[in-house]
Design a protein around this ligand. Structure first.
Ligand code: 6OG
Length: 188
């Protein structure tokens, strides 16, 4: 029989502004997940709580502080990998400070939007004026879901609607370049 891998504990924080309809994402410049956009986070170190780690990583990687609220727990497995990732996800809609680039991450604002489901793209095609109005009211780029971890669309809508979620995602492989494929996924 095969042993199951130990989990490594991570945090991931998403900060958005409801009024200006924008969300802060970081472009990962090096290390795990390089070339992908993500929330801000990293490994929980010994001696700190998960929330402390979340705030520390947010500050280190983006330069801002925020009122974080825990919203999800995600478990990622990849075949043959010695560690599974347990990621505690937090959201924040109030924050302080100016986003600042760090050695690891380049923070930028994106227009708050949902991932493209079949449903979304159908509505969009039927309503080009509404979409144009939305784009004109906020000329930020839209969220680059194509350059994020492929599990993101599964739980992102739950996070934005302030639901709490738990999920397990099996990857064929953890790839550093967004091409990692999902073998199996369950998010509730
Ligand atoms: P550092 O290595 O930079 O922390 N993370 C994942 N996020 C998603 N959406 N999917 C995954 O599937 C992930 N694996 C790790 C946790 C890595 C950051 O990336 C998140 C951390 O916020 C494989 O310290």
């Amino acid at each position: 029989w095969m042993d199951i891998p130990r989990t490594k504990l991570y945090t991931n924080v998403f900060v958005w502004d409801e009024i200006e309809r924008k969300i802060l994402l970081g472009y990962k410049k090096r290390g795990f997940g390089m070339g992908l956009y993500n929330g801000f986070g990293g490994k929980v170190e010994s001696g700190e709580t998960v929330s402390e780690a979340a705030l520390r990583e947010l500050k280190e990687e983006s330069g801002i502080s925020a009122n974080i609220v825990h919203c999800g727990t995600l478990l990622f497995f990849a075949k043959g990998e010695s560690c599974a990732h347990l990621v505690e996800v937090f959201r924040a809609t109030s924050f302080a400070g100016d986003p600042t680039e760090s050695e690891e991450m380049r923070p930028d604002w994106y227009a708050l939007s949902l991932p493209d489901s079949d449903e979304n793209s159908r509505t969009r095609k039927q309503d080009p004026f509404e979409e144009a109005a939305a784009i004109m009211s906020n000329d930020l780029p839209s969220i680059p879901f194509d350059h994020m971890w492929p599990d993101v669309p599964l739980w992102f809508p739950l996070m934005l609607s302030e639901k709490r979620f738990i999920g397990r995602v099996d990857f064929a492989k953890f790839k550093d370049d967004a091409t990692g494929t999902l073998k199996d996924a369950m998010v509730k």
